[in-house]
Design a protein around this ligand. Sequence first.
Ligand code: ADP
Ligand code: 5GP
Length: 192
Amino acid sequence: MKSRPLIFVISAPSGGGKTTICRSIIRVCSGVKLSTSLTTRKRREGERKNFDYHFVSQKEFLKKIKQNAFAEWATVLKNYYGTLKKNIEAPLKQGKNIILNIDTNGALQIKKIYPEAILIFILPPSLDVLKKRLVGRKTDSQHEIKKRLNLARKELSFVKNYDYAIVNDSLKKAIRKVESIIIAERCRVIKK
Ligand code: ADP
Ligand code: 5GP
C-alpha cells in the first residue's frame, strides 16, 4: 500500500537532538524524506553543503523571499532559515512523507498552510542537560551556546501548539517514539 502524503515537523531547542533523531528516522522509516533548508548561517565544522543545509548568502536568501519561493522562513539568532515550497510539494506529489526540521516560528507557518501537518516537539530532559549536550557537540562557541540557551527558554513555551511532545532522555527511545507517531499517522482513518 502506498503511504499517505504527510508532513511531519520536528522542532526542539538547539541541542535538543532533532537533527540526530531526523537522521535516524530517514534510515528506519522508508518513504520519509528529510527536507534540506536554506540558511545564511555559517557552515559548522563537519556540516556538508547541500546535505545539512544549502548555505547561501543573505542576498540570495532575500531574492528567494521576493520570488515567493519559500513555504516558510524565519530568522533565528540573526540568521535566515527557510524551506522551499518545492521541497514540500515534490515529495508530497510522489506520495512520500516529508520531515521538516525547523524552528517554532516556521512550524506555526507550516500548520497554517498545511493544517494536516503533524507537529512534534522534542524536549530536553532539563536545561542543564541541554547545556551539556551543546557543549559536548563542540560546534558552537561559549557565547553562541549562551544565546541558544536563552532562546531555548522561549521556545519551550511553544510546546502547547504541537500535536506531540517527546522527552529526549534515551535517544533510542525518542527515535522509537517518533517512528511510532509516523506509523500511527500513516494508519489514521480520514473522515471526510
Ligand atoms: P539539534 O539538532 O536539536 O540542535 P543535535 O541532534 O545536534 O541537536 O544534538 C545535540 C547533541 O546532543 C549532539 O552531540 C547529539 O549527539 C547529542 N544527543 C542527542 N540526543 C541525545 C541523547 N538522548 N543523549 C545524549 N546525547 C544526545
Ligand atoms: P541550527 O543553526 O542549530 O542548525 O538551527 C537553528 C534553528 O533553526 C533550529 O531550531 C532549526 O530547527 C531551525 N531551522 C533550520 N532550518 C529551518 C528552516 O528551514 N526554517 C525554519 N523556520 N527554521 C529552521
